[in-house]
Design a protein around this ligand. Structure first.
Ligand code: BTN
Length: 245
């Protein structure tokens, strides 16, 4: 997939820009909207996304997935894996994982956030906008986001954003195309093995009470499955479980 890249010096949010474009036209699949300065970056759960001007990758990809919309979580998995694998190769670091549902962590710190906004009609995708914020050269974070980290903070190196973008897109599109070509099972397995804190006992806040549990995987609805010390299996949505890090 050779993406058409729209480069904006500044915009509020690349996801919002993409969605506004989609209200008027149907850009080619794989179209990327990227900005040097995102002034109103959106995170999940009406959080904001901090990104210093010119220091990081903040962009959105427009896709028109041809799988049924009830399988949407496999696409979240594919995108997260594409980013995770790209970072593992780039940093040659073996502790890069996916914190469910789709944050990317380096050890216990968040290097990347993903905000996927879908439009679904019946059981079909009208479009999918994948917003990716990847911390690259920023070294001071001022917002109250709990545990941010950048590539530069890990390696001490200054990165060329353009080069990274090309490799990152290649990795993400490769995983996406695997889902479309029926290789979803491979993605499921890889995602499982890349999960942050998989099968490790930790304290979580589950439905507002502190509980020792371990992650055993995700279910077909994309929920996180946790096992408590008494052997109880819990299927949790995003709002029901908080990691304690
Ligand atoms: C999160 O971790 O809460 C998700 C953060 C997603 C941030 C990216 S930056 C590019 C795109 N545009 C936005 O407004 N948000 C996403």
């Amino acid at each position: 997939m050779k993406p058409n890249i729209i480069h904006l010096p500044e915009t509020g949010s690349t996801n919002s820009y993409a969605i506004e474009m989609l209200a008027k036209a149907r850009p080619d699949e794989g179209c990327v909207i990227i900005t040097d300065h995102q002034t109103n970056g959106k995170g999940t759960d009406s959080n904001t996304w901090e990104s210093e001007k010119g220091k990081n990758l903040t962009f959105s990809i427009i896709l028109y997935p041809t799988i049924t919309a009830d399988r949407q979580f496999i696409l979240n998995k594919a995108i997260s894996l594409g980013i995770c694998n790209f970072l593992r190769a780039e940093l040659n670091h073996d502790d890069i994982t996916i914190k469910w549902p789709n944050d990317i962590y380096i050890t216990d710190k968040k290097v990347c956030g993903i905000l996927i906004q879908n439009s679904i009609i019946g059981n079909h995708f009208d479009y999918m906008v994948i917003g990716i914020g990847l911390n690259i050269n920023q070294t001071v974070f001022v917002s109250d986001a709990p545990n941010p980290v950048s590539l530069k903070q890990i390696t001490g190196k200054e990165y060329d954003l353009e080069k990274l973008l090309q490799n990152l897109l290649k990795s993400v599109f490769e995983k996406y195309l695997r889902v479309l070509s029926g290789q979803g099972l491979l993605i499921e397995n890889e995602y499982y093995n890349a999960l942050y804190r998989l099968m490790e006992w930790h304290e979580f806040r589950i439905n507002n009470s502190k509980t020792i549990a371990r992650i055993t995987g995700t279910n077909e609805y994309g929920q996180l499955v946790l096992e408590t010390e008494s052997g109880l299996l819990l299927n949790c949505d995003l709002k029901e479980v908080q990691f304690i890090i």
